[in-house]
Design a protein around this ligand. Sequence first.
Ligand SMILES: Nc1nc2c(ncn2[C@@H]2O[C@H](COP(=O)(O)OP(=O)(O)OP(=O)(O)O)[C@@H](O)[C@H]2O)c(=O)[nH]1
Ligand SMILES: [Mg+2]
Length: 401
Amino acid sequence: MGMQIGIVGKPNVGKSTFFNAATDANAEIANYPFTTIEANRGVMYVRKPCPCKDFDVKCTPHNSKCIKGTRYVPIEAIDVAGLVPGAHEGRGLGNKFLDDLRQADALIHIVDASGSTDDEGNPCSLGSYDPILDVDFLEKEITFWLNGIIKKDLDAIARRCELEGKKIEKMFAEKLTGLGIKEDHIHNAVRSINLNTDAPSKWTEDEVLQLSEYIKKISKPMLIAFNKCDIALDKDIAKSLELKKKGYVVIPTSSEGELALTNAAKKGFIDYNPGSNDFNILKESDLSSKQLKALKYIKSHVLQKYGSTGIQKCIEEAIEMLNLIVVYPVEDETHLSDKKGRILPDAYLMPLGSIARDLAYKVHTDIGDRFIRAIDARTHRIIGADHELKDGDVIRIVADS
Ligand SMILES: Nc1nc2c(ncn2[C@@H]2O[C@H](COP(=O)(O)OP(=O)(O)OP(=O)(O)O)[C@@H](O)[C@H]2O)c(=O)[nH]1
Ligand SMILES: [Mg+2]
């Protein structure tokens, strides 16, 4: 299963706009809360230097794209319904929508930095709502949601631990695998909070909440997209400093700007690459004065002011936060091809620390089970199952037939 990034936030902040701008999808966008009810899924792309350059070959990507030597590696995005204060208790569209985030490996929290939506996502006048408030509320909702999941299982788990002598870390990890939690995560949490593993039924509410907080930090790392930066007042954008001081990564974004630019590029009006700090107008005569004005506004109020629309930067920061590397499996290390003769066909995102055997399992369970050895196509060296992979590795797996 691949990696997934959740796009979260209160209603009407631009989650679906961000999602459409980042993915190529066409989710509904509107200026009122709860436009999105069912989650939208799509594919975003992370940019990496394609190994085709180093090997001086022409690649034929299959699961990804290569444009002028830059590989666009896929990662799934999920755009969920807006969350309001009390969502974990079922307020707004509530709990089910938090459950859409179970599989997410990281979260991009879309905040309306322009302060033009209130705590429930209703439109209000520009700059009248403090965007900082959104951050604390969302953290709380996610912690309480996880706390609910943990508490629900705790009684049964505690009983079995105490009666049958089962290990609490192991049982919890099994319960929470769907959240990407591993046994050593729980082990570290239990140690740092100083929980008594022999008597989990005696853990206090507060201790369980601390455990939830800890689990949230490791299982749902979050970065903040300070969205609507195209209209946000400088006094509100400046508040990102407060958040940075607290340790958050904050990126100013204009999802609407990115969407406008990618649409204009698709129609051939402009030459623009996502992530770039500029674009060229190709056919000025084809543009209405309104369109021209909008493009110029994005150039001066977004690209020149913030260096980009921020969308690509968010995706890349999320990958950074997750410590992911990109690895290219091939079946023939001389031609760098698969059975069908495609050159450097697939690019996989994997956690830093992954070993050759992990890659084999990612290609196919069967290949993992029958792993004999691997070959590093860059060095032609034979590597073993436990060899740690590096970013950009091109690897042939040899499996027993
Ligand atoms: N100025 C500006 N407006 C934006 C931006 N991003 C989104 N909007 C506007 O904000 C409103 C809400 O956008 P959506 O993408 O539907 O927001 P959402 O968070 O998905 O909303 P729900 O699905 O209702 O929770 C729309 O009117 C968008 O056009 C932005 O970067 N700048
Ligand atoms: Mg939406």
